[in-house]
Design a protein around this ligand. Structure first.
Ligand SMILES: [Zn+2]
Ligand SMILES: [Zn+2]
Length: 306
């Protein structure tokens, strides 16, 4: 008897007009992010630009460190995510080395205040550093962990991103629920509407940990999945013309069903928008949408609250 396997719609469309569900991290993700942080820091006339400049140094360091470590993906997860799920809190065996290398590499490139924190972290032994990483992965970090967070996050991003770069589209089949990263289960930090060829106009959610992107229909809320209740808000460029280069292309997409919002960046308006970097330069948009009664969905690993 002949049997026919029914292929998912995404696969049938391959070749003809293929909209990939999943996009691998861009090869130069950390270098590009560093450049974007520098640009955004230059445009910011407040003291906040010091933090954006620090993050540019962090991203440059991530690039250098990633190229020096093997970080081979040995096996895929049998569960609901393709890579180890972040929230499960299992600290990768490579973490301590990558973390130490980041702290060493950044030496001399940051302010004296940041360097004090870095030298404190350098003094941690493997057990202490791994316990700290575990708390950050499981979101049980304490107030004392706060200042360590960007450094730990930077190391975790290097590892998960290197893993995600070793995947192919076939490893990441389309999922029904698209509210979390299909690779590592992290909530998206924001989304981009692409301008590349066939993908022009498609919205891809961006994972702040493994830097994967996945497609979600634009009519649907990326938090609750409800369709038809989305609204878009922007900062009026005329009210702050000096910020136009930063806010151009940045939108807050809010949902009237679950009262959450997330930022969406239109590459046709701002080609170099990066959902992690641009998020931190457009906090005025968060204030405006927050005042309108919406809560932010999806954390930025470099935005330390409280
Ligand atoms: Zn991810
Ligand atoms: Zn919603």
């Amino acid at each position: 008897m002949k049997t026919t396997t029914i292929k998912p719609a995404e696969e049938i469309r391959k070749g003809l007009f293929h909209t990939p569900f999943w996009l691998a991290p861009e090869k130069e993700i950390f270098t590009e992010r560093a450049l974007r942080f520098k640009e955004l820091a230059q445009a910011d006339k407040s003291e906040w630009n010091l933090y954006l400049t620090l993050l540019a140094a962090v991203c440059e360091t991530q690039h250098a460190v990633m190229s020096r470590h093997e970080l081979t993906l040995t096996q895929l997860e049998p569960g609901s995510t393709v890579l180890p799920e972040a929230l499960a809190g299992r600290v990768p065996s490579e973490f301590f080395e990558v973390f130490g290398d980041i702290l060493k590499e950044v030496n001399g490139k940051i302010t004296a205040t940041a360097a004090i924190e870095v030298s404190k972290l350098k003094a941690l032994n493997q057990e202490q550093a791994e316990a700290l990483a575990g708390r950050i992965l499981t979101r049980t970090a304490t107030d004392q962990d706060r200042s360590a967070e960007i450094w730990v996050q930077a190391a975790l991003q290097v590892i998960w991103t290197a893993w995600a770069m070793q995947l192919t589209e076939n490893h990441v089949p389309p999922t029904e629920d698209r509210t979390l990263c299909p690779c590592c289960g992290t909530e998206p930090v924001g989304s981009v509407v692409l301008i590349k060829g066939d993908l022009n106009g498609f919205r891809y959610m961006h994972c702040p940990l493994c830097n994967s992107r996945w497609n979600v229909l634009r009519a649907k809320c990326p938090t609750c999945g409800n369709a038809g209740n989305m609204r878009i808000q922007q900062i009026d460029e005329k009210s702050a013309p000096e910020l136009a280069p930063v806010y151009q292309g940045a939108n807050a997409e809010s949902c009237k069903s679950c009262h959450s919002y997330r930022k969406l960046y239109r590459q046709d308006k701002q080609q170099y928008a990066d959902p992690v970097a641009d998020d931190l330069a457009t906090l005025g948009l968060d204030i405006a949408v927050g005042e309108a009664g919406f809560d932010r969905a999806g954390a930025n690993p470099f935005l330390l609250l409280g």
